[in-house]
Design a protein around this ligand. Structure first.
Ligand code: G3H
Ligand code: 13P
Ligand code: ZN
Length: 309
């Protein structure tokens, strides 16, 4: 099976009340951990690559790893550019074989966001590639951009944005954020389901995307801290809130930090228990297994996508 786009996936997810997991990949162990989990759960999958991941691993290596995963698992997998900052990086990923790109114009003025998104859509659609746009800004750290406060999506803008750009899906800001520090200690986690409902009303049947949707599982943070880490205040979005969102128009849920935490906790534990080890396979095998367990957990607790491939 070749790489697929997200069109069919989103249609089924919208109708079926579940969401597709979009997991960030940076190396072989992460690709293998995610795809082995999806294979065991028979789940559709989006693998996404940030510009930082492209710099780290190189486009061609990530492309070949994902092709290998498709050959190995036979799963429907879409390969997506995460947070494309401009037309050039989107074009480069489209030309380089990705089946989906995000043009993230969310920090630009509305009309400029429309302009750049439309330009990417025209280029992408011509080549059979789908496009995700974004309206509203998430708080948190992503690449080297650090946004202090959310700019929630204005539901009154979404219809005009989708009509004028022709995008295939839309990321919105309802209180999720990037990274491992989504709420302050003592702060009650809140997602603006009222905004999501208003967006749904204005865009019936249209796939919505949630970024910054890691849950920062407390036991993992405890493990990291127990084995020499220093992340006392890491807090994420409760899984049951995300499960609720996945039943609505939200068809794609982005998860990266939870994979990083799973891998880091595993490596820290390994070296604490086996300080003499120095063969990377000794610590990367359990780390890959930890990624796999985390993805399975997400498929069941958050996405509801098991058995939907
Ligand atoms: O939204 C950002 C993703 O977590 C990717 O992070 O840019 O550090 O690869 P990165
Ligand atoms: P997290 O940092 O919550 O995992 O979000 C990842 C993301 O949105 C990637 O685009
Ligand atoms: Zn994101």
């Amino acid at each position: 099976m070749p790489l697929v786009t997200t069109t069919e996936m989103f249609k089924k997810a919208y109708e079926g009340g579940y969401a597709i997991g979009a997991f960030n990949v940076n190396n072989m162990e992460i690709v293998q951990g995610i795809t082995e989990a999806a294979k065991e759960e028979n789940a559709p999958l989006i693998l996404q690559v940030s510009s930082g991941a492209r710099k780290y691993a190189k486009h061609v290596y990530l492309m070949k790893l994902v092709e290998a995963a498709i050959e190995d698992t036979g799963l429907p997998i879409a390969l997506h550019l995460d947070h494309g900052a401009d037309f050039e990086i989107c074009k480069s990923c489209i030309d380089g074989g990705f089946t989906s790109v995000m043009i993230d114009g969310s920090s630009r003025p509305f009309t400029e966001n429309i302009e750049v998104t439309k330009k990417v859509v025209e280029y992408a659609h011509d080549k059979g590639v789908v496009v995700e746009g974004e309206l509203g800004q998430l708080a948190g750290v992503e690449d080297d951009v650090n946004v202090e406060n959310h700019s929630y999506t204005d539901p009154d803008q979404v219809q005009e944005f989708v009509e004028k750009t022709g995008v295939d899906s839309l990321a919105i800001a309802i209180g999720t954020s990037h990274g491992a520090y989504k709420f302050k200690p003592g702060q009650k986690p809140v997602l603006r389901f009222d905004i999501l409902e208003e967006v749904e009303k204005r865009l019936p049947g249209f796939p919505i995307v949630l970024h910054g949707a890691s849950s920062v599982i407390p036991e993992l943070v405890e493990k990291i801290n127990k084995y020499g880490g220093a992340m006392p205040d890491a807090i994420g979005i409760p899984e049951e809130m995300l499960r609720e969102a996945a039943k609505s128009a939200v068809c794609k849920i982005n998860i990266d930090s939870d994979l990083r935490l799973a891998m880091t906790a595993s490596v820290r534990e390994h070296f604490a228990l086996h300080p003499a080890d120095f063969d990377p396979r000794q610590y990367l095998s359990p780390a890959r297994e930890a990624i796999k367990e985390m993805v399975k957990r997400k498929l069941v607790n958050v996405l509801g996508a098991s058995g939907k491939a």
